[in-house]
Write a protein that binds this ligand. Structure first.
Ligand code: TRP
Length: 327
């Protein structure tokens, strides 16, 4: 039986963090063994969040290194750069002809960006059409995405349906594939982990910095003196132990009780957590070192991705042109 095909992408925003790993990448790594996977660095989409593009190459490279460090494998998956496959842009243009503007205007992400003061330019409005082209050009059956992307996927399905009705059945309607996402809050314990809130631990964080950041985490505000009993169920530090500890054999019940019964000082609890995180990140650090020592490897990986993705994209576009009597 043929494997189902997956496509997903991320905008290159520089170095990824533990939240990105738990929320998305760890799923992608597993999906590689089940599906035929296309993973894309969405550098054209990144143009919607910046006009200064001097950093974009570096951000792309940093992201690719993070992907490889956590276990995305170019032998198993096609890893590629969006702007190297110009067919996405042609399909985007074609799809823009059959997408009513109100469909785009009702997108929550669009409205949010406008509220945040972003310029109301065409690229921002058309963002989901480009995303649809990214997906349809590979005829992906499934698209792993986070919650915030579900409206985009709904739109992609509508556009696919419309195209198929007009010109013949070319595109499968892509199904969203919700992440098994383990959500973690940022170090502040208030908002989700994100670089824009400066509450993150990067996948490439130096051990010393991991410790420093963890020691700065808030703990139970009612635990002031050593012997005060803590409330681990409400403590962000404990929830990190829950997320990362078991893999490394931590005794969660023990931590819970010792905290509750005033035997475990917060500082010690955080030092232990820092160690757990450093150990969790250690294998990524190892692989990153190898990659940083051999940057030509990155180029080769993207070149391979470009060949494989380009082949599929060109074949689909040929079909599209034929279906539209344009070839
Ligand atoms: N819009 C996605 C995000 O911001 C990134 C993206 C671009 C994407 N093209 C895609 C995701 C195609 C899935 C499929 O996260």
């Amino acid at each position: 039986m043929e494997k189902e095909r997956i496509l997903s992408g991320m905008r290159p925003s520089g170095k990824l963090h533990l939240g990105n790993y738990l929320g998305a990448l760890s799923d992608w790594v597993k999906q590689q063994d089940i599906y035929e996977c296309f993973f894309m660095i969405a550098d054209w989409h990144a143009l919607t969040d910046r006009t200064d593009t001097r950093q974009i190459k570096q951000d792309t490279e940093d992201m690719l290194i993070d992907w490889l460090a956590v276990g995305l494998n170019p032998q198993k998956s096609t890893l590629f750069l969006q702007s190297e496959i110009p067919e996405h842009a042609e399909l985007h243009l074609i799809l823009s002809m059959i997408t009513p503007i109100p469909w785009l205007e009702r997108c929550p992400t669009y409205k949010e960006k406008l509220e945040m003061g972003q310029e109301n330019n065409y690229g921002l409005l058309g963002y989901p059409i480009l995303q649809t082209a990214d997906i349809l050009i590979y005829k992906a059956n499934r698209v792993p995405v986070g919650e915030d992307q579900l409206p985009h996927l709904e739109l992609s399905r509508e556009i696919a349906r419309r195209f198929n009705n007009l010109y013949g059945n070319i595109f499968p309607e892509p199904e969203p594939f919700r992440y098994n996402a383990v959500k973690i809050l940022g170090l502040d314990g208030k908002k989700k982990m994100s670089k824009s809130y400066s509450n993150e631990i990067a996948l490439s964080e130096e051990p010393r910095l991991v410790e420093k950041k963890v020691l700065g985490m808030f703990t139970d505000p009612e635990k002031i003196y050593l012997k005060d009993s803590g409330h681990p169920q409400e403590c962000n530090v404990y929830s990190y132990h829950q997320t990362f500890g078991p893999l490394l054999g931590e005794d969660l019940d023990g931590i819970f009780k010792d905290c509750q019964e005033g035997r475990l000082p917060c500082k010690e609890c955080k030092k232990n957590l820092a160690q757990v995180l450093v150990k969790t990140l250690a294998p990524f650090r190892e692989r990153r070192k190898e990659l940083e020592a051999d940057r030509s490897k990155l180029k080769k990986i993207l070149a391979k991705g470009k060949r494989a993705a380009g082949e599929v994209a060109r074949a689909t576009l040929r079909e599209v042109r034929e279906a539209m009597h344009m070839s």
